[in-house]
Design a protein around this ligand. Structure first.
Ligand code: SF4
Ligand code: SF4
Length: 321
């Protein structure tokens, strides 16, 4: 009997599922080694198929995406009960990810924008989605939409984490290999190197020992030198605060690191760490001048908490009541 494996997505973009497909011919090794019993994105599995499985009969379930709706929370709990190991796969499941930036608003604010205020919305009666709708003798139930986006381990117990937006196929293959071999690290481990990206960056030798900047630039404002450290070119690169293991894909593409692999084990709040690593470069002790320099980073939350707002100490923007 081959070990059973499941893949599921919650509030996600599909990129993490692509990482599975990006295994290319390596996917054949995975398929040969395991029995995929639930993967609704790729095959026609239904919730009843999962419910029919015995508790803990799935060896490992890879869940990507954050928790945005009641349905996702229910599915996560169901997967937990059917699985020996649950792996939070990708930054949305691990840290809240890009969907977690919705924590800058709430359910009411999002519904107002999407269904009433957006220029492309035509909704003269201002109708908003309801949990139940009845018409012609039929009753329709929709999942509830939470006020706050949460990471997976806020909802269920998680055994391991694979970081990245999306994770690399190599990390997925290594995670499957570790699970199949039984050669597992302690529960709660992030399955990627526990060192900063700068340590494995091909440009690290061009990063100055001491660096101060009189202005920050955005990638579209400069012709980026492909050999030189991004920070030394005035770009906000989060490599000093971000966990390595991504094979420096963005740097190889001549773009700065945006932090999708999250923090190393020594950091509690990724955004605060990244913010302090960048803000200390401002070349001034004068408040007004520091303000001017930092104004070169127009979206601080989106820059420093792009993937981790729900996992931060703040978790969400406090809304006026
Ligand atoms: S981690 Fe990135 S690739 Fe994966 S679902 Fe979230 S946004 Fe998409
Ligand atoms: S700051 Fe960015 S470009 Fe510079 S060494 Fe670190 S990861 Fe590489």
């Amino acid at each position: 009997m081959k070990p059973k494996v499941a893949f599921y997505w919650c509030a996600a973009c599909g990129g993490c599922e692509e990482a599975v497909v990006d295994l290319a011919e390596g996917v054949l090794d995975v398929v040969a080694a395991v029995d995929i019993v639930f993967w609704p994105v790729a095959l026609d599995f239904k919730r009843q198929d999962l419910e029919a499985l015995a508790d803990r009969s799935i060896a490992a379930s890879f869940v990507n995406g954050a928790i945005r709706s009641t349905e996702q929370a229910e599915m996560a709990r169901l997967i937990r009960s059917k699985s020996q190991f649950v792996i939070a796969f990708g930054s949305c499941a691990q840290l809240g990810g890009i969907p977690g930036l919705a924590n800058l608003s709430n359910r009411q604010g999002i519904f107002e924008t999407v269904y009433r205020e957006a220029p492309s919305t035509i909704n003269p009666e201002g109708v908003l989605p309801a949990r139940t709708y009845q018409d012609n003798g039929h009753r329709l139930h929709l999942p509830g939409f939470f006020d706050t986006v949460r990471k997976l381990d806020d909802i269920i117990d998680v055994d391991y984490y694979v970081p990245g937006c999306p994770p690399t196929p190599k990390l997925l293959q290594e995670a499957v290999g570790a699970l199949l071999s039984g050669n597992l690290p302690p529960k709660g481990t992030v399955l990627a190197p526990d060192r900063a990206l700068c340590e494995e960056c091909p440009r690290k030798d061009t990063r100055p020992e001491k660096l101060t900047l009189a202005e920050f630039k955005r990638p579209h404002q400069v012709l980026i030198d492909p050999e030189k450290c991004m920070m030394a070119q005035g770009l906000v690169c989060l490599g000093p605060a971000t966990r390595g293991g991504c094979e420096t894909r963005c740097i190889n593409g001549n773009m700065p690191c945006t932090g999708c692999f999250g923090p190393t084990s020594r950091v509690r709040d990724f955004g605060a760490k990244a913010l302090s690593a960048v803000a200390c470069l401002a070349a001034s002790n004068d408040d007004a001048e520091i303000q001017r320099i930092l104004a070169g980073i127009p979206d601080p939350v989106g820059t420093f908490y792009r993937y981790s707002l729900p996992a931060s100490l703040l978790e969400r923007k406090r809304m006026k009541v």
